[in-house]
Design a protein around this ligand. Sequence first.
Ligand code: HEC
Length: 458
Amino acid sequence: MRKTFVAAGGAAVVMSVWIGLGGAGAGTTLSPVAVLAAADTPRVTFAKDVAPIFQARCQTCHHPGTVAPMSLMSYEETRPWARSIKDRVARREMPPWHLDTSVGIQSFKNDISLTPDQIATIVAWVDAGAPLGDPKDLPKPLTFRDEEWTIGQPDLIVSLPKPDVVYANGPDWWVDRIVEVNLPEDKYIKAVETRVMGAGRKVTHHAIATLIQEEDARTVGGGSSADGAITDVNEGTYLSEYAVGKYGETFPDGSGRIIKKGAKVRLNMHYHAIGQEVPSMTKVGFVFYPKENPPTHFLTDVFPHENDTIDIPPGAVTRTDAYYRLPKNARIASFQPHMHIRGKAMCMEAIHLNGSKETLSCVDRWDFNWHVMYTYNDDVAPLLPAGTMLHLIAIHDNTAANRRNPDPTIWVGWGQRSIDDMAAAHIGTEFLSDADFQKQVAERKAKLASSTSNNQNQ
Ligand code: HEC
């Protein structure tokens, strides 16, 4: 089932994605792990083996009062979902970490994936009839603090002027709300979080906060212009996003984003009606660096994207390429693909100055429900000199085998609606001076030399 995409006209293997996992064959054995596990594992129980995994990897989302369809807190709540759990876990769709684990950088700050052993345990448990085991083995229950900021108490909270009232029935609704911030001076953001409050989470598909402000010399190259050109007023630098399961972001010490005096926040809302009228309120919280201790590095968002050449005929699997040439030396902090319903997979590669290519990361099970920002660990975050080309390869699947496909018989091109599509990525980037870049490269080399690990760095 493994299919390899080869660059047109060249022998280089650019990417590989799993094809067909979303197909009609659901219910067949899905992974070699599952086969092995069924053979000769000692009896696996919920109490002893599975509950600790669910505490570590599932319950943050699957507890009462969240957007997730069911709670996985207790055995009684979990048992009816056993088959579905096996299916989602074996396909690596749950937890939502859709990274291709066979290629590219594999060390992330926010990795919530299950290990192959954990997957085997869950699959073996379901195959054994999903037994409870001895209740005395159950771990102490976790408690969750909902309705709190995950970034801590914000220094500043910016809200929609009033809740958007989402009608009971109607088409998806996209709306931009511009919110004045009225800062008296520039501030440095240490942490930022976009939150949809209470009942609004049932109808809010996403809320993307962008900053509308003058470009700052310290973050030149950000924004969405493909060549990193400086624009006077940024059309909107990505700031933070609420999407199902996506929480706030706290930047590493010494790193931050700039919010300038006079900045405005644009909240791009995407609502989805659910049969009852729901008022929805969204807020953005900021934690700032103290004035006397500003960050030395500034994180910005580069957004390679291709609109015009997205051409997805009925029944086709297509490839779209997008490019962004780094205008300065850079440290790549994170990768967040952006496609819509027919999105299937995306790779980000670096085309180095000598022409060689390096795959940095691939997502092979793109799922439009999820907007995961894959945040590299500091010791593997790519360090790339000015002039390096970032290259996105987006795969869209408009066949019936894509089980989310609403209609494989129509042509699809670029557009804002979720039934149109996109080929883009938010790439968290710190631009570095030559001296800083050389220093970080030297430190990285020294670290690599002293370790035996063979990772993805230059
Ligand atoms: C980041 C939040 C999050 C985490 C972590 C998470 N889930 Fe989910 N899960 C969801 C949401 C939201 C949905 C519904 C949307 C979807 O299907 O993508 C869902 C859907 C599911 C479904 C499908 C339910 C159905 O309708 O059939 C299963 C099964 C599931 N999750 C199991 C798990 C298991 C098991 C884990 C841990 C190993 C886990 N999830 C971790 C949020 C999460």
